[in-house]
Design a protein around this ligand. Structure first.
Ligand code: PHE
Length: 454
């Protein structure tokens, strides 16, 4: 069915940067700060970090291991490892989740691209007050053509990268975009720290008020850890399928998680120093970065450059994530259906764009069109992020922890990581307990909660 041998990453760092690129995205720079702002700042961040370390990393290792062992997309991987039709369906759910997440994620990614244009033409620099910046945001998002045009533009960028394949597209793109992103964000953070009143922002981020921790905060933090680490739908599995046995999965996973969490914290510092220095509210929700930052860009010396850099960084971060989402769908049609990569990219990239249109219209023409009291955007986000990702994560943990055969799993995960397990033998036992008990139980609680059963 396939004429060409399957592609592989060209280097170890290439894989880490691509996987970190998938993880780091709007989830870190857009979603994390507004969730932290809504859930009490430092207390939320503390629980989030705990979730990343205790559950995120173990599930990430499991997901990458499945991909590396089977060397296939999510469906093909489960087909190679088990006869269970149910699990083949779980792989299928991952492919569908990739498609659906991409359709609404690209709408917000389109806004970042739109804000990059606004920054370049200087229109972001004319707001002295947060209200004016907020108004500007609602004027823009109320324009159907602005939304659809940017969605399509963003999808074209994504398709352009995935089209060129693993090494020449995804890996090369990530190697250029990720370091640039780090430099830009660190620059912005340093600027934020020099603002008068920055210390209030730091206090909010790092000085926990423990009384703020409740079940909502814990659930939001676990959900965010999953979303941010791209877990539960096979993106990391698919990236893992381009690895060789020489690669060290646990150490790479720790790196990916570390980079992901660091970018979230750095983005938090960038945004909350500004929020507090300009006397704004931390808990305004999803429009947070679009409302707060223009005000400070307008005030700061060299604001034009900072505005352009920030939205450029955000666009890059979003792009390395959308690439990983489209890659899951592409890999499925290439591996399972024998399609040519280029055709799969063009056909499914275009389809995602079409399915994204109702999401793009959810802020204007279809604002009042509700299903289960949710706009199309909110509904697709809810189904994919709150239901499919945790479900996928649950079944991945159960598969690796219980069904695959843990003796075999032990051998497989040790490949490339022999030294680690020799030095720290307890790591294996810890990983097993998390996969068998801790992760599944917590995920089920989150799931039941998010559909309103508890
Ligand atoms: N992790 C990405 C982000 O934080 C989003 C994503 C989720 C990407 C699931 C791929 C798969 O922005």
């Amino acid at each position: 069915m396939q004429n060409n041998p399957r592609e592989q990453w060209g280097s170890k760092i290439g894989f880490i940067l691509a996987a970190a690129g998938s993880a780091i995205g709007l989830g870190n720079i857009w979603r994390f700060p507004y969730l932290a702002g809504q859930n009490g700042g430092a207390a939320f961040i503390f629980v989030y970090i705990l979730c990343v370390i205790s559950i995120g990393i173990p599930v990430l290792i499991a997901e990458i291991l499945i991909g590396r062992t089977a060397q296939k997309n999510p469906v093909g991987s489960f087909k190679a490892l088990t006869n269970s039709k149910f699990y083949h369906g779980i792989g299928g759910m991952g492919v569908v989740a990739g498609f659906v997440i991409l359709s609404f994620y690209s709408v917000v990614a389109g806004w970042t691209l739109g804000y990059l244009f606004e920054a370049v033409n200087g229109s972001l620099l004319s707001y002295d007050l947060a209200e004016e910046a907020s108004n500007h945001f609602s004027v823009l998002t109320h324009d159907p053509l602005w939304n659809i045009g940017l969605l399509a533009a963003f999808m074209l960028l994504t398709m352009g990268i995935v089209y060129f394949g693993v090494q020449k597209g995804i890996e090369l793109g990530s190697k250029i975009m990720m370091p640039l992103l780090f430099v830009l964000l660190i620059g912005l953070m340093i600027f934020g720290l020099t603002l008068d009143g920055a210390s209030k922002g730091l206090d909010y981020l790092f000085n926990p008020d423990w009384s703020k921790i409740n079940s909502d905060v814990i659930l939001a933090a676990l959900g965010q850890a999953f979303f941010s680490m791209s877990l539960g739908m096979g993106a990391m599995l698919t990236y893992g399928s381009y690895l060789t046995k020489k690669d060290n999965i646990p150490v790479s996973s720790i790196w990916i998680a570390f980079l992901d969490a660091s970018v979230a914290i750095i983005a938090g510092i960038c945004i909350f120093t500004v929020v507090f220095a300009t006397g704004q509210n931390p808990d305004v929700g999803p429009s947070l970065i679009f409302r707060t930052l223009p005000v400070v860009f307008a005030k700061m010396p060299g604001g034009w450059y900072f505005a352009v850099f920030f939205f450029f960084a955000l666009t890059l971060a979003a792009l390395t994530s959308t690439v990983s989402l489209l890659e899951v769908v592409t890999a499925y049609f290439v591996d399972e259906k024998g399609w040519k990569r280029k055709n799969a990219v063009i056909v499914f990239g275009s389809l995602v764009t079409l399915v994204g249109i109702p999401s793009a219209l959810s802020f204007n023409a279809l604002e009042n069109f509700r299903i289960f009291n949710k706009t199309f955007f909110d509904l697709t986000e809810f189904i994919s992020s709150n239901l499919m990702l945790p479900l996928g994560g649950f079944f991945i943990a159960i598969f690796v922890g219980w069904l695959w055969g843990f003796e075999k799993v032990k051998q497989l995960v040790k490949e490339g990581a022999e030294k680690l397990f020799d030095k720290f033998p307890w790591v294996m036992g810890y990983w097993k307990i998390i996969l068998r008990y801790v992760a599944p139980i917590l995920i089920i609680i989150v799931l039941l909660y998010s559909i309103g059963i508890i």
